[in-house]
Write a protein that binds this ligand. Structure first.
Ligand code: ADP
Ligand code: MG
Length: 424
């Protein structure tokens, strides 16, 4: 991908925007871009520099993302809405073409990393709650104030607010930014010899950790601390490459598979509530360490059909009107609203799943499912809004004593509808 129209190759200490930003190390990449930690000599602070591929369609996409990010920044001058802030943008010409660059506030590791560093065991519910609050405030701002649908919410696209000084990366012993000044230097005492040594050392450090860090992205705070409990769980929503204004939609197929809402699969039209579906999937994943829906195609049925079956096994049968109401409904459902090719479903309700498989206490499981289930309503317009979620008891609950033991036998978790799934 490092060719004409593709990524711009960056070396440590490369300069951007007439020398204002100086590349320090790679933070991550996406389909469209590479993201670098850079030092901003104007404000003496670290920023994230997102450098887009240069081909026309990527330039177009970046212009759109800058448009969305600008309205986000304009509407939130105090930067208190848990959404990434755009600081600056410019063009950079390199051997592979002209790249649009976005300067963003520097954030920490993604929620995906947080989940992985907790060894997929799930986070304590009070941390899940704290993270959910941030996401909900961000979504309420996007939906209510700006009319923007994110349309690709997932753990990779929620980043923790970094608290660690990036210069104090333990992999680098010197603690000043890497500055490239051929003649006379701006940093007073930094001689070119020291600069060279810094660059060499930083390169080694990057090489040593490149594989995992680059593919998962992030600042490495978790890797360095190895403690999830000590992490401040404030976080922000990022990656507006797929976002749209609700009244100016351009894509039919949106969202990453596992976080995709049923109306998107059925092509029945969508709105803000697709983000609420993804949000609920993320909340479950934070609490359990597992993705909620991981559909797979099989013999005689597609990935889409398996996905719809998994949803119904957890949430009950889809109302006939909804099942048959989308442009693609006929591919999946008969006129009674039953799946054509997956005939028997094995129903397994959410609270029971949380208790049996994930060992939540009955009380925690029931409170958590009471919060999540309305968000998984098959009727998009019935899903609570982000603002309504912020009022919910589960979000506002103050921590209950930790070792309150549940009485399993006293509670009926309801398995009236258990059938055996065949053909899978
Ligand atoms: P793409 O649109 O190409 O998917 P993203 O905006 O998702 O690009 O960024 C790619 C990766 O770069 C992210 O997954 C994350 O690891 C890292 N990243 C992006 N923005 C920041 C930021 N502001 N601070 C720190 N890391 C970031
Ligand atoms: Mg991304």
């Amino acid at each position: 991908s490092y060719r004409k129209g593709g990524y711009h190759a960056v070396r440590i200490a490369d300069q951007f925007a007439g020398g204002r930003y100086i590349a320090q190390r790679k933070l991550g990449w996406g389909q469209f871009s590479t993201v670098w930690l850079a030092y901003d000599i104007k404000t003496s602070s670290y920023v994230a520099l997102k450098i887009q591929k240069s081909a026309a369609q990527f330039v177009q996409a970046a212009l759109h993302e800058i448009d969305v990010l600008s309205s986000i920044a304009d509407g939130d001058p105090s930067n208190s809405k848990f959404v990434i802030q755009l600081i600056d943008h410019f063009k950079h010409t390199g051997p592979n073409g002209q790249h649009l660059c976005m300067v963003l506030e520097f954030l920490g590791d993604s929620l995906l990393r947080l989940i992985r560093y907790n060894r997929y065991k799930g986070l304590p519910l009070n941390k899940v709650r704290e993270i959910c609050k941030c996401i909900l405030i961000g979504l309420d701002y996007l939906h209510t104030d700006l009319g923007i649908i994110h349309s690709d919410l997932k753990p990779e696209n929620i980043l923790l607010c970094s608290t660690m000084d990036p210069a104090k990366d333990p992999l680098r012993s010197e603690q000043s930014p890497i500055l490239e000044r051929p003649e006379g230097n701006i940093n007073g005492g930094v001689t070119s010899l020291i600069e060279k040594r810094l660059k060499r050392r930083a390169r080694k450090a990057v090489a040593k950790i490149s594989g995992r860090r680059e593919s998962m992205g992030g600042s490495g705070d978790l890797e360095n601390s190895r403690r999830v409990d000590g992490i401040d769980v404030k976080c922000k929503i990022v990656d507006f490459g797929n976002a749209c204004w609700a009244d100016k939609q351009f894509a039919e197929e949106i969202q990453t598979r596992q976080y995709r809402a049923p109306e998107v699969i059925l092509k029945a039209g969508y709105s803000f509530s697709v983000d609420m579906w993804s949000f609920a999937c993320i909340a479950f994943e934070l609490a359990t360490g597992d993705m909620l829906f991981t559909p797979k195609g099989g013999q005689g049925f597609s990935e889409d059909e398996d996905h719809l079956a998994l949803m119904m096994e957890l949430l009950g049968k889809m109302p006939r009107k909804i099942a048959t109401g989308g442009a693609l409904s006929k591919d999946f459902f008969d006129r009674h609203g039953d799946l054509k090719r997956i005939r028997r479903l094995k129903f397994f309700p959410l609270d029971k799943l949380l208790i049996d498989k994930y060992k939540l206490s009955v009380k925690d499981a029931q409170e958590f499912s009471e919060f999540l289930l309305p968000l998984f309503d098959f009727a998009p317009e019935k899903r609570p809004t982000a603002r309504q979620c912020l009022q919910h008891a589960w979000v506002n609950c103050t921590e209950s004593p930790p070792n309150e033991k549940e009485n399993e036998s006293a509670v009926n978790v309801g398995m009236s509808n258990l059938k055996i799934r065949v053909g899978k």
